[in-house]
Design a protein around this ligand. Sequence first.
Ligand code: ZN
Length: 413
Amino acid sequence: MSKVKLINAARILVGPDLEPMADAAVLIDSGKIAAVGTRSDVRAPSGAEIIDLGDATLLPGLIDAHLHTFGVDSTRLHTLATEHESYRAARTLSELRELLHAGFTSARCLGSTIGPQVRRAIDEGFAEGPRLKVAGGFISSTSGTWDSSGTPLSIARAGGELADGVEGLVLKVRERVRQGADFIKLGLSKGGVHDRYHAWGDDPLNQVVSYSVAEVRAAVDEAHRNGLKVSAHAIGEDAVKLALDGGIDVIEHGYGISDETRQRIVAEGKIVVTTLSQIHYHRQAYDKFNYPEWEREVYERHWVYMLRDFKRGLKAGVRFALGTDLVGAPTHPLKAAAMEFVLAVECGMAPSAALRAGTIIAAEVLGSQAVTGSIEVGKLADLVATRLDPAQDVSTLLEPAFVMKGGETVVSA
Ligand SMILES: [Zn+2]
């Protein structure tokens, strides 16, 4: 196979601002972008492989800034604590292959104990999937975001995700570094003390924070010392304030907040990851999977404030990155990740802004903006093509016509 490739397309969205260029071409050498320009400007050397995409639009490979490589049935997430890791790895690798074929050349796993080894299998070429940045296991306080009171405490502790106190958090961050995490994920909000659905909580406006500022700062300092960013699961005013006070780098979910806190997010330039798909797909699954009435009510409440604050955030100038929070089939299949673009636009984001939020801004969240996230000379040839112009109709992203990762064709035109 030739290591020099030339891709021709009717339209290429070039650079971090996705500037449309008509009758354009990209030259690829050894997996990287060597030249971008009009067809008359970019010539293929003899022997190059020519890929002609016809009327299609070529854009940077899509990036999901928030998903989970759980590898268990999404309707039985409690089995995360008991299911064999070898089964989970096989299952999630199959789903990650589908995600890559759906146009996502990079993704970020916000919590799964097998994430580092799954990333390794993909990087070493034993499995097909997006480039991954992984948190490894969650970090939760005892009684915090992911600590269900239904699990005996000894079993919860054995899972290795609970950490309390300044020293406990420093140690837990060091364990994550040792396990190969690319960044740290902390849970800062939980439902009320007697909440029925712990991680999300009955009421997004009345979430209880799960750590003190001192604990968060200790984790952030230790992570930064190791060159790792920290992401926070933060829903509700107090949790998002805690994230800001504690120096968290990226805010996940980030709704149920006041205008004052929103202004702080804007002033401090923090990126908020959207996760609209998570509740969207629960809503799609209510009837088919017989969700109990109370659980539907919880998601309906979250949906209201998630949409409200996404819209308010757009007006206020919050920097959003697109992340789905997909956790796997059957309710939240990773291959459905492009729906996040459609939902963001339905909620008022301009299509061009959504495309940036799911490419270059998401790359910034991953810490990968120097190597991917836009079509620029020197970056990896991570590319996707759509039949229609996605800046006019983002739903065309749901069925990509062509996908390339690092110069290797994944889906042929
Ligand atoms: Zn998540």
